[in-house]
Ligand binder design. Structure first.
Ligand code: SB7
Ligand code: NI
Length: 183
C-alpha cells in the first residue's frame, strides 16, 4: 500500500518537471498504479486506517507526487451536494475553461508540502476535462466549484506546477479578478 513515505516532497524534481503522456491502451502496471493511488486516498480519509498508518487526508493524488513522471491522477471526494468523485484518469486535459475564476477561502495545501502556505490560489471557475479512465473508456467532465479546483490542482502536478505558484507574491490575499469564493 502507498503511505506517506512514498510521497515526494518539495525539492524533488518530479514536482517541477512536465510528466510524460501515458501509452494507450492502458497497461496493467499503469492501471494498478491508479488503483493503488485511489486506495491511498480512501485510506487517508478513513479515520482508523489513517491513524494506524499516519496518513494525511487527501482528496487527490498525481503520479509525480510518487516520483513517477506519468500523466496519471486519482481523485476521491464528495462535493457539497454529496456527489462522489471517484476517478483514476490517464492523460487528463483541460479542453476548455471559463474566464471567470474562483478560489478557496481557506487556500490550498498539498501532500507534497509540509508547511502551511498562506494566500488565495486563483483557478478557473469552470473547466471541461477530457481523459481516459481506468477501464480505457473516454471521459468528459464538466466541473465547477470545489471539484473544478481539485482537478486543476492535480493536473497542475502533471505540468510541474505547485499551488503556490499561482499565489500573488506581493499580496497573497489579493482577491483574484472576476472571481467567486468557495467556502
Ligand atoms: C486543496 C487540496 C487539494 C486540492 C485542492 C485544494 C489536494 C491536496 C492533496 N494533494 O497534494 C494532491 O495533489
Ligand atoms: Ni498536491
Amino acid at each position: 500500500m502507498i503511505t506517506m513515505k512514498d510521497i515526494v516532497r518539495e525539492g524533488h524534481p518530479s514536482l517541477v518537471n512536465v510528466a510524460k503522456d501515458v501509452e494507450l491502451p492502458i497497461r496493467d502496471d499503469d492501471k494498478q498504479l491508479l488503483l493503488d493511488m485511489l486506495e491511498f486516498l480512501k485510506n487517508s480519509q478513513d479515520e482508523e486506517i489513517a491513524t494506524k498508518y499516519d496518513l494525511r487526508a487527501g482528496v487527490g493524488l498525481a503520479a509525480p507526487q510518487l516520483g513517477i513522471e506519468k500523466r496519471l491522477i486519482a481523485v476521491f471526494f464528495e462535493d457539497a451536494d454529496g456527489k462522489v468523485y471517484n476517478y483514476g484518469l490517464v492523460n487528463p486535459k483541460i479542453v476548455s475553461h471559463s474566464v471567470e475564476q474562483s478560489y478557496m477561502a481557506a487556500g490550498e495545501g498539498c501532500l507534497s508540502v509540509d508547511r502551511p502556505v498562506e494566500g488565495y490560489v486563483p483557478r478557473h471557475a469552470r473547466v471541461t476535462i477530457k481523459a481516459t479512465d481506468l477501464n480505457g473508456n473516454p471521459v468528459k467532465l464538466r466541473l465547477k466549484g470545489y471539484p473544478a479546483i481539485v482537478f486543476q490542482h492535480e493536473i497542475d502536478h502533471l505540468n510541474g506546477i505547485m499551488f503556490y505558484d499561482h499565489i500573488n507574491k506581493e499580496f497573497p490575499y489579493a482577491v483574484p479578478d472576476n472571481s467567486t469564493v468557495i467556502e
